[in-house]
Design a protein around this ligand. Sequence first.
Ligand code: FES
Length: 123
Amino acid sequence: MNDSLKVCALEDVPERGARGFEVFWDGRAIPLIVLRENGQIRAYLNSCPHTGVRLEWRADDFFDAEGQHLQCTTHDARFRPEDGHCVAGPCRGQALVAALLEERDGQINLLDPQSLPRSARRR
Ligand code: FES
């Protein structure tokens, strides 16, 4: 059976922005980065491929100064928002783990939480 977990309301994520959320499943916290652009939403596991730490050092502060890429503040890796691919930094060529979402009636849900790796570490 596939599980679905409530993450947030669609309106909680600003257009061309990103926010961090934590959902709980099977006794563990799953940290997510939820992005929204042109009404589309996507999410990644908030876990840098380099060491597994969360990307941000301040709540909901995921983008670089130019607002073009997601940034890991530990060693400055940069990730394309559209696919999570790392384009600069020590994990160049790797990618953030995509999380499957659905939006229904203004609510964003995480689908198949069991498919996400147990790799996220807290700072
Ligand atoms: S921990 Fe993210 S770049 Fe090193």
